[in-house]
Ligand binder design. Structure first.
Ligand code: NAD
Length: 182
């Protein structure tokens, strides 16, 4: 899916940014807000798109598309959100990404493996600062969802709405249970 303002197709500076976004949080939003200052269009890859309903990956690709597209509504950025399933060959992963995305010239990532794979494929790779990494972290947010601690302030309001809409906290708790349901 694509959203927001139109740009001149002849001179488009188009970038790529991928994450698992389990869930999309304020750190991701801040990074994308900064990228929006430097490019005309952003291709956002939903990594591990095949994964859902597990403790580490509770949300489906479709739910993550909703989280991202609703959170970026206010941003002055033309963006595409594209699910990218994992493959078993890291050496072929960039070609796999390219086969499913609009062309782009620069990849933004702080993930060492992602950065390395794009670098070796000849792409310009840019990094961003890490924002409040101890709290703006999917692992920390899922931990808080399980323990009942407050997590809503760590994500854009649209993400909290999607999690509520799909009963995401209940789902995470159930798929994280060990043993039988009594
Ligand atoms: P993520 O959601 O943890 O993070 C996405 C991006 O946001 C990363 O660059 C991360 O460094 C950055 N980020 C996270 N918290 C931040 C904060 N507080 N402030 C600023 N930046 C922050 O996702 P990820 O694990 O990096 O996603 C990579 C995806 O690519 C995964 O789904 C992975 O499976 C996939 N991948 C697959 C293959 C393959 O299939 N062979 C190979 C490489 C990568």
């Amino acid at each position: 899916m694509a959203g927001n303002r139109k740009s001149n197709p002849k001179q488009v500076r188009r970038a790529f940014y991928i994450g698992r976004f389990q869930p999309f949080h304020n750190g991701h939003l801040k990074v994308i807000s900064e990228i929006a200052r430097e490019v005309d269009e952003l291709v956002i890859g939903i990594g591990s798109a095949q994964m859902s309903h597990t403790p580490e990956n509770p949300f489906t690709a479709g739910e993550r598309i909703l989280m991202i597209s609703r959170s970026l509504e206010e941003l002055d950025l033309y963006f595409y959100v594209i699910p990218i399933p994992d493959i078993y060959r890291n050496a072929e992963w960039v070609a796999h990404v390219r086969s499913m995305t609009p062309p782009f010239s620069v990849a933004y990532s702080n993930n060492p493996l992602v950065s390395r794979l794009f670098y070796e494929s000849g792409y310009a790779v840019k990094h961003s600062p890490m924002y409040n990494r101890h709290e703006y972290s999917g692992t920390e947010i899922r931990r808080r969802m399980l323990t009942g601690e407050g997590w809503e302030q760590l994500v854009p309001p649209a993400v909290a709405d999607v999690v509520e809409e799909v009963c995401g906290v209940d789902r995470l708790r159930q798929v994280s249970m060990k043993g039988d349901i009594e």
